[in-house]
Design a protein around this ligand. Sequence first.
Ligand code: NA7
Length: 548
Amino acid sequence: MAQEQHLDALVVGAGLTGIYALHSLLGEGLTVQAVEKANEVGGTWYANKYPGALSDTWSYVYRYSFDKELLQNYPAARWYSTQPEILDYLKHVVEKHDLRKHIQFNTEMMAAHWDDDAKRWKVQCQTGDVFHVRYLITAPGLLVKPNMPAIPGFDTFQGQIGHTATWDSSIQLENKRVGVVGVGSSGVQVVTAIASKVKSLHVFIRRPQYSVPTNDRPITPEEREAINKQYPEIWNDVNSSVLGMGFPEPARSFMSVEPQEREKIMEGIWKTGNALQLMFGAFSDIAVDKAANEEVCRFLRKKIAGIVKDPQKLDVLTPKEPFARRPLSDGGYFKQFNRENVHAIDVMKHPITEVTPGGMRTADGKLHELDVIIIATGFQAIDGSYAQMEIRGRQKSDNLRDLWKRVGLRAYMGCSVSGYPNLLMALGPMVAFSNIPPLAQTHVDFLRVLIRRAEEISKQTGRQCEIEATEQAEQDWAEVCDKAAGMTLFPQTSSWLFKTDVPGKEKATLFYLRGLGRFRATLDEIKAQGFTGFKGPFGPSEEQRARL
Ligand code: NA7
């Protein structure tokens, strides 16, 4: 039966970030509850259960660092963790910290309205449940809402259709004629996982991407012992680095190294590393220097040409753009195209025009006969996660998603929007781009400090303190993020990082691209200066302001 509850805080979402937010706020002694629309924890790692789903970050840093015991006693077996392993880990964390009883499942937040008299959020869920809370922490995930391609005729298809972002595990692929649309991380993983099992595989490729082998293998007992011993240093390095992925990020530029030596370094990464390492772990400037980037592209194109035997397939699979998207790593993607049952269809040349009862037709008139269509076209990143929510702040007319349409998708330090007091977004727009677990902890730790300080002020003044960014701070942070993005080659390619992949969406800078270390340093500075960028009485005192 629907209930009305009064709590200190509500956490929306019980994925990797929401779990930690719930744990952290319970630790503050607040009354907290989480709502989760699925019937299990895990968020993206619960929904993305398509064949081959894997994290391409080294498993021992794709972990919360706060639980030191689990780091030692609940190790991953291999260098990369699969989706089921990550989901098991998250469930284990929830059980260990007894969080399940604080999570209400099958409950989707539909609306939140700020009551400026009561200084509380009134949150309504699709179940009819209502929560009145002083702090609303949204952790709906970055990559949740599927991006569906606008191809007519899906409803006429007589076979099965599945999107990787909402995968239905009952879909049978063995011995079927399967089509995959999209070759980002999800498409590349699914193609690699199913090519040997299906009758035929048609891969519909619009912009082929570079991909580097993950070189996955078991973690040896010696490696495990070293990792366990060095965890404190490992987390220090992660937290001060750009990507937070656990590998060193050398300061040497590409051109400062002799050509032969550069080739050797790239070859070494191809054989033992991954794509993130090739972009950030060998040289400092692959993502910013056009000439250096082109050299890496040349190296990668040669590698692809060395694997794919059929010249027609090779042509379709060879990327033409800079190596400047979210880098892809794979467990043997390109070699799947040497199988006779695997076809590479160039849908830049001949776009998919329609789905028919028997398959998909391309603009050259060909009908590709299929039993199953796998849509691997990614997500409506960040604002897609907020698309179903009506969030109205101080000015009742302003639904947050309408405000974002008007002023751009932004939040001060990725967490606070002017006009929406005590709405604290975990991994909201313009948060740093990095390995998610250390980023989630960093961001939630900052939110916890904000709430702790607001509680102190509330006690002193006898009135509920409001945490709210100034419009100026929001604007300034948006400029910092735009400028940082402009220094890289990333805006030159079409991708979810800038929303250029979703037709009809405004181009937007979704992330702070200068890395986790600088992001953390900025958060520390904000704290040290009395919470600059936030409105009074929460923000800096008059005295602190005078000193700034
Ligand atoms: P991505 O990386 O956004 O990839 C989506 C893919 O779908 C990409 O190859 C797109 O081609 C393709 N796409 C999108 N629309 C179409 C249409 N209409 N026709 C053909 N192809 C299309 O999503 P993923 O799920 O793979 O990965 C997202 C992130 O999750 C990943 O970066 C990791 O951080 C985890 P395009 O390149 O736009 O031409």
